[in-house]
Design a protein around this ligand. Structure first.
Ligand SMILES: Nc1ncnc2c1ncn2[C@@H]1O[C@H](COP(=O)(O)OP(=O)(O)OP(=O)(O)O)[C@@H](O)[C@H]1O
Ligand SMILES: [Mg+2]
Length: 771
């Protein structure tokens, strides 16, 4: 230790001050005023030593008392220099620690009786470890950017004296002055080293945290700053080019649309809130688009927009007649609706349900109604819709959520009172995705639909002005509650005569126009049309006929372009020439009467149809075989027929041997088409009796009717369709239940005249006619 053996004079001039603590080996300039210079002059004139002591401030929180401290520093005065400002700069060098024992004043100077504090350092493992740790810590501090002078660093590397090292490092740790004094007073070097180590660790941590925070802040500030600058520049460029900021233009446009949409108050509130939110969302984020689309829908819905109804009844009737032949009932119903509507402003729209086979004009009638009333026409097909969300939409929390089809179509159509056609309502599905039919209930119920709640829109929309029309091929598959809310209007299909009229009045004109033949004067002869209707199509509606006429028109058009001799009239020969061999044969006329084969009448989705029920028997065990994709009801009615015959075998002159050890087989072609229903009962009885008695059945007698075990014939549905089918097929006599006699009214005059009708109460009566 360089100062270990220093000798000091018995008394030293003492300088007490409040703002510095001097450590051994420390070089420092001290600036003092005229009044304090005497102490240093005193020293300068003698051995050049001075005692420096720190005066601790009074602090109630501190464990140390205020006043001059006992431990101070022996300093050597190296130089005294007067400054320009009148103060003195004293260059001092710390030498070693002193203990001040007592003081006495000698004029202006206080003299102190001191002793040197001797420090003993024993080098051991602990001290070595501490020195090394401190060294390492200093390097870390340095790497974190703590300013340390070069030469100190170099020094630190080779100072291994803990006393020396601790003093040196203490100078560079940022500590409050009282802590420095405490370090000075810690006279055990190892202790001191530990304290310095702790202080330095704290400081390194502080620096580290400070750096992190600063880094974060600069990063954030930097990014914001950059975006801000870029945006400002863009704005500037846009201003220069005369463009408006596209986003703000977009927003103000949206705001205007919302203002002008005439939203109901509660909806307006939601829209405003959503708009505010939208303004805060970054345009690039997916959420922006979600909010944007939603607002578009909110603003774009026809909350208040309606079209004005044409209430001119005469004109409306004209339009309905222009588009469709006959269909008197439907047209009347529409005109009634219009009449009420013209008397009462806000009437609830009825829900009409058009039921009928394909191609009878259900859909096109809807369009025509819209035209007659001057309303917009919207159509959605419900065929295969299984998901409730298709009707009512998805909640907006789902990704890609959209409103249901009702709301979507109204949005698109832009009026809140269109004719809304729900096509194919009988083909609605229903599975685990929810029940669309129950969602439709809400749509169609006038008591509920003034506040229809779409999951996506999430606000109620008033559907009460909409006139809903539904269509179906069959009434049965429509769920009961839904059926209950609709007014069913049946369109039964057309007779050949009606089809001819439709062709002449509508279809030919339309198809000629479609195929660019409008002004070529092409006509169709009535016979040709009848041939098309009877030999090339077999249907309840007119779609097939329309297609066939179209095909003829196309062929004629082709001939014209090929410069062939122009046709002026399509005759029966021309039809054969253009369409080839006829597609349908008269199955009734083509064959002769057979045993066990009876002509029946069926009612299918595509209207009425004739079918042949065949019965045969063979040796085997006594059983009944039923084939031809028959449904349960039809199978049961076959059993009932057989039981009735067995029970009344005597009446029909059937010998018991006919049943014994014989298997009876009933088959209904076409085998691939599923058939069901009880209305073939009479037919089966006739087929069985014909088989068992060996009397052939009259092929041109077609029959329908449900049978009971006692042989009574019960009423059936769809007589009109069945009769029309029989007429199409060339049957001469129709046998039907007595209870269906009233239905005869609905059947077109000419069909009624062509056919002979026999109404029966008992199966026996039918047998008398048919066998
Ligand atoms: N009475 C009629 N007068 C004039 N044209 C008719 C008449 N009935 C049907 N049509 C025409 O027949 C075509 C088929 O009709 P539409 O498409 O409306 O059938 P649909 O009853 O809706 O059948 P589907 O049940 O298969 O949907 C249309 O072009 C329509 O104009
Ligand atoms: Mg249709």
């Amino acid at each position: 230790m360089p100062h270990a053996n220093i000798e000091i004079p018995p008394k030293l001039p003492l300088f007490t001050q409040k703002d510095t603590v001097v450590f051994p080996y420390m070089l420092l300039p001290l600036y003092v005023s005229e009044k304090d210079i005497a102490v240093f002059r005193e020293a300068d004139s003698g051995e050049k030593y001075v005692a420096l002591a720190f005066e601790r401030p009074e602090d109630p929180k501190s464990e140390f008392p205020g006043g001059r401290c006992e431990i101070g520093t022996l300093c050597k005065v190296n130089q005294i220099k007067k400054q320009d400002d009148g103060r003195y700069k004293i260059s001092l060098e710390g030498v070693t620690r002193l203990r001040i024992l007592d003081t006495e004043s000698a004029g202006a100077v206080t003299m102190a009786h001191c002793e040197i504090v001797r420090e003993f350092v024993e080098k051991n493992l602990v001290s070595d470890a501490l020195v090394q740790s401190l060294n390492a810590l200093l390097k870390i501090a340095l790497s974190h950017g703590k300013p340390l002078p070069e030469d100190v660093l170099k020094m630190i590397d080779y100072i291994d004296n803990p006393a020396r090292l601790s003093d040196l490092v203490a100078l560079y740790v940022n500590l409050p002055i009282t802590d420095l004094q405490e370090l000075l007073e810690t006279t055990d070097p190892l202790d001191r080293l530990k304290k310095v180590y702790v202080h330095l660790t704290n400081e390194v941590q502080r620096i580290q945290i400070k750096n992190e925070v600063a880094g974060e802040v600069t990063k954030r500030v930097g990014k914001n700053q950059k975006e801000y600058i870029l945006r400002e520049q863009m704005k500037h460029i846009q201003e220069e080019l005369g463009d408006e900021d596209p986003r703000s233009a977009d927003m103000s446009e949206l705001r205007r649309t919302i203002e002008e949409a005439g939203l109901p108050e509660d909806v307006k509130k939601i829209a405003d809130k959503e708009l505010k939110r939208l303004e805060r969302i970054n345009q690039a984020s997916p959420e922006y688009n979600v909010a944007r689309t939603y607002l578009d829908y909110l603003a774009g819905m026809p909350w208040k927009t309606s079209t004005t109804d044409t209430l001119d009844m005469v004109r409306a009737e004209e339009i309905l007649n222009e588009d469709h032949y006959n269909l008197k009932k439907v047209k009347e119903r529409i005109l009634e609706f219009l009449a009420v509507r013209s008397l009462k402003e806000n009437m609830k729209g009825p829900v009409l349900c058009f039921v009928g086979p394909p191609g009878v004009g259900k859909t096109s009638l809807g369009k025509s109604i819209a035209r007659a009333m001057g309303r917009k026409f919207v159509r959605i097909s419900l065929g295969g819709v299984r998901d409730e969300a298709e009707i009512r939409g998805h909640r907006r929390t789902y990704i890609g959520a959209l409103p249901g089809r009702i709301i979507k179509e109204l949005y698109r159509c832009g009026a809140n009172n269109p004719i809304f056609m729900l096509d194919e309502i009988d083909k609605l599905g229903n599975d685990f995705r929810g029940d669309p039919a129950s969602a439709l209930l809400e749509v169609l119920d006038p008591e509920q639909n003034f506040s229809f709640n779409d999951h996506y829109l999430d606000v109620a929309f008033d559907l009460s002005k909409v006139m809903f029309i539904t269509t179906a091929n069959q009434l049965d598959p429509i769920p009961g509650p839904l059926k209950d809310r609709m007014e069913v209007i049946r369109l039964a299909g057309y007779s050949s005569q009606e089809k001819l009229q439709i062709a002449k009045a509508f279809i030919i004109r339309r198809e000629l126009e479609e195929n660019g033949l409008a002004d070529r004067g092409l006509t169709f002869s009535d016979e040709a049309l009848e041939k098309i209707i009877n030999d090339y199509t077999r249907e309840a509606g007119v779609r097939g006929m329309q297609r066939t006429v179209a095909s003829i028109c196309r062929k004629v058009a082709k001939e014209i372009t090929q410069q062939k001799a122009a046709r002026s009239c399509i005759t029966t020969e021309a039809v054969t020439e253009l369409l080839g061999a006829k597609k349908f044969h008269n199955e009734v006329a083509a064959e002769h009467d057979r045993i066990g084969v009876v002509t029946g009448l069926a009612w299918t989705e595509s209207g009425g149809d004739i079918l042949f029920i065949e019965a045969t028997s063979m040796p085997g065990k006594a059983e009944l075989i039923l084939t031809g994709s028959l449904g349960d009801v039809m199978k049961e009615s076959a059993r009932a027929a057989l039981s009735y015959i067995e029970a009344h075998a005597d009446d029909f002159c059937i010998k018991p041997e006919a049943f014994e050890n014989r298997t009876i087989h009933i088959h209904v072609p076409s085998g691939a088409i599923p058939k069901d229903g009880p209305s073939a009962g009479v037919t089966m009885v006739t087929a069985l009796v014909s088989l068992l008695t060996g009397k052939p059945a009259r092929r041109n007698v077609a029959m329908t009717g449900e049978i009971t075990l006692t042989g009574r014939v019960l009423a059936i549905g769809g007589l009109k369709e069945k009769v029309l089918a029989a007429h199409r097929a060339g049957v001469s006599t129709v046998l039907a239940p007595e209870r269906n006699r009233d239905d005869l009214e609905d059947i077109p005059e000419n069909v009624r005249n062509d056919l002979q009708f026999i109404f029966v109460n008992e199966a026996a009566e039918a047998l008398a006619v048919a066998l």
